[in-house]
Design a protein around this ligand. Structure first.
Ligand SMILES: [Zn+2]
Length: 285
């Protein structure tokens, strides 16, 4: 009786990595980056950067300086940096596509159920904005873990939060209210301006909850999804103040439901009832 169980267990041990390799080759490459001969490991604090041997000395220098700038933004926004994602830098698109599924965007972050995380930067990713954005995803992951993020955190909140340290839309010197006004103006322009989109296709928050829904559609639609997320999170932070984020994180870590805690934080400060709360769910234009 014992042998079939052992045989089954051995088969599982072989099938798991094999399955991972076949189904998720990019994931497998990240997990085995330590053995990749075309990447050089470099220590930066308590984090390891794997830099492609294709990177030029200038690209390497810029990478180190951008990591410093991005980490400073993270410490300013979160209070302290807890994320320990392994950073993988691929200066060519071909190599980037090997480590980030589809090779889309400038960077991507991958979190594992057991706590490891990877931040893959492509040719466009050697920038403080892209790094700060991806590192912000990693901070949320470090504080809440894979399961809580999957079950509780809507993608629009994760992306909106990352936009607060990514200054491609807003500037670093903006106050919370200024940041909201910038996102609001950009959102209105994209949603109802010369782009010609009709109000029916403007995404609402409830349609941006999963990764799949958030990144669905063409460039214009995904950009609008980002702006909707940035507009909502900047509005939330401008309304409830910076102390709301650590409170929200600790409530989620205790097992509370996202929408209960998120709405509650908003309502408590606003001192109003739920039906009077205006959010990006009910756009005014
Ligand atoms: Zn993102």
């Amino acid at each position: 009786m014992r042998w079939p169980i052992i045989r089954w267990f051995v088969a599982l041990l072989i099938a798991l990595p094999l399955g991972t390799f076949i189904l998720f080759p990019t994931l497998w490459r990240c997990l085995t980056i330590v053995h990749a001969s075309d990447f050089q490991p470099v220590k930066a604090g308590d984090r390891t950067l794997y830099i492609s041997t294709d990177a030029t000395p200038r690209q390497r220098d810029l990478l180190f300086s951008h990591v410093q700038v991005a980490s400073a933004r993270i410490r300013q926004f979160w209070g302290r940096q807890q994320g320990k994602a392994t950073i993988i830098y691929c200066p060519t698109q071909d190599q980037y596509a090997q480590y980030c599924s589809g090779g889309e965007g400038a960077g991507c972050s991958l979190g594992m159920p057991w706590g490891d995380s990877f931040l893959v930067l492509g040719p466009e990713g050697n920038s403080p904005d892209v790094m700060a954005h991806e590192l912000c995803h990693d901070e949320l992951f470090a504080r809440l873990g894979w399961l809580t993020i999957k079950r509780q955190v809507p993608q629009w909140f994760n992306e909106g939060l990352a936009l607060m340290v990514d200054y491609r839309f807003s500037s670093g010197g903006s106050t919370a209210r200024e940041r909201f006004l910038i996102y609001d103006a950009e959102w209105k322009y994209r949603a109802y301006g010369p782009e010609g989109l009709s109000p029916q296709v403007v995404p609402v928050l409830s349609s941006l909850e999963t990764t799949r829904d958030f990144f669905y559609g063409d460039y214009s639609r995904v950009m609008l999804a980002y702006l909707t997320a940035g507009r909502e999170v900047s509005r939330w932070l401008a309304t409830v103040g910076p102390s709301a984020l650590p409170r929200l994180i600790s409530d989620l870590a205790e097992g509370q439901r996202f929408m209960d805690v998120y709405q509650f934080a908003h309502i408590r400060k606003a001192g109003t009832s739920q039906k009077n709360v205006q959010s990006a769910n009910s756009p005014s234009h």
